[in-house]
Design a protein around this ligand. Structure first.
Ligand code: SF4
Length: 376
């Protein structure tokens, strides 16, 4: 029994597959994905962007393969990056085969879209021979005409039927290393489709709200839709789709998982909105602090609160707490306990120093524990 059952999320039981070395589904951590927006044939530019996504924490990165030159470029791109690469195919089965042969860890395509059973068999063979998994990617905007005619418009039932049809095409080839997405730009439609799909299959689910919008609108929209799904235990891997720098997608994805306690990476900053009571400039401090702490990957919580109204209370649950105090004398908390005061010193510099020290301690403890386990 959990100490705080109101915080527990029971994840849906899905089977586990692998995207390269990254497990997806089962009890694996929920992974965060993004997609490059460079021309894939711009090998240097694509490698550079994938590396930026790796630094931001992306677990898996998708790269579009609209033509033969792009699938050929994977041969140069894949060895230069560490995250597994998903090749986005869509229609042409030959691109899927080339991508599998050129190092992709996963192929995103819909078996029903590539024609005959022989073609499906060829792609599945290429996937199997090269250790690739597959993502079936249903999108409300590109449902099969026959389904649209029958259902009248994109609806959850049509999306789920489409997904299960594609899944069956792979199951008929005894290929079970696949995950499914069922995206729509409308939250109601996407959430209902995923809820129904979650009941209908044990395949891992890649969740996302497609074409969600720009940085602010898309973040809010994705947080509502994906938050709803994640909270109810649905979702094994996710992408937040934003019309913005893909690095932002990764950052938002992690913030979303952190807010639901589903994944921890880096510093979780708890800060107040500030008001006339603030004893230092909270907004500016947090803005600079987040920037300066972006390199920390160790999970940690830091509170930065403008005054004693909420500062001491918030600090009790954090690794490092900071509360503004009168006459420029601020209180620092370590592990929830008052530790020392800070006067006439740069707040950000001081907090960065404390966080870096704490991160090093946590990592050292982790290593000790690993060595101990290995020795036993
Ligand atoms: S913690 Fe203090 S400064 Fe921050 S919003 Fe509340 S009252 Fe204002």
């Amino acid at each position: 029994m959990s100490v705080r059952p109101y915080r527990d999320i029971q994840r849906r039981k899905s089977r586990q597959i692998h995207v390269g070395k990254v497990p997806v589904g089962g009890d694996a951590p929920i992974t965060v994905q993004s997609m490059t927006n460079t021309a894939t044939t711009d090998v240097a530019g694509t490698i550079d962007q994938i590396r930026q996504l790796e630094v931001a924490g992306a677990d898996i990165v998708r790269v579009s393969c609209p033509d033969a030159d792009s699938s050929a470029a994977l041969r140069e791109i894949v060895p230069e990056v560490t995250v597994p690469i998903v090749a986005d195919i869509h229609f042409h089965y030959k691109r899927a085969i080339e991508a599998a042969e050129n190092g992709a860890a996963c192929l995103r395509f819909n078996p029903g879209n590539i024609g005959s059973r022989e073609r499906i068999q060829e792609v599945v063979r290429a996937a199997r021979d090269n250790g690739c998994s597959i993502r079936i990617g249903v999108n409300a905007g590109s449902l099969e005409r026959s389904l649209l005619e029958r259902y009248g418009e994109p609806c959850p039932e049509a999306m789920v039927e489409s997904a299960l049809n594609h899944a069956k095409a792979l199951e008929d080839e005894d290929f079970l290393e696949f995950k499914i997405s069922c995206k729509a730009s409308d939250n109601f439609l996407a959430v209902a489709a995923y809820q129904q799909l979650a009941e209908a299959t044990d395949a891992p689910l890649h969740i996302g709200i497609t074409e969600a919008g720009g940085l602010r609108g898309g973040t809010v929209k994705s947080s509502v839709g994906l938050g709803m799904l994640l909270w109810s235990g649905i979702g094994d891997t996710l992408r937040v789709s934003l019309s913005a720098d893909p690095v932002e997608e990764v950052k938002v994805g992690f913030e979303l998982l952190k807010s639901l306690n589903l994944r921890h990476r880096g510093v979780n900053v708890i800060s107040c909105p500030s008001c006339a009571r603030q004893q230092f400039d909270v907004i500016k401090t947090v803005e600079v602090l987040e920037e300066r702490l972006a390199h920390i990957t160790t999970p940690m919580t830091v509170s930065v609160i403008g005054c004693v109204v909420n500062g001491p209370g918030e600090a009790t649950m954090t690794d490092i707490g900071f509360t503004g105090g009168g006459r420029g004398t601020h209180q620092v908390y370590i592990q929830g306990q008052p530790h020392h005061r800070l006067q006439n010193a740069d707040i950000v510099d001081h907090l960065v120093e404390l966080v870096e020290k704490k991160a090093a301690e946590i990592e050292a403890e982790k290593q000790d524990a690993q060595h101990q386990t290995a020795a036993e």
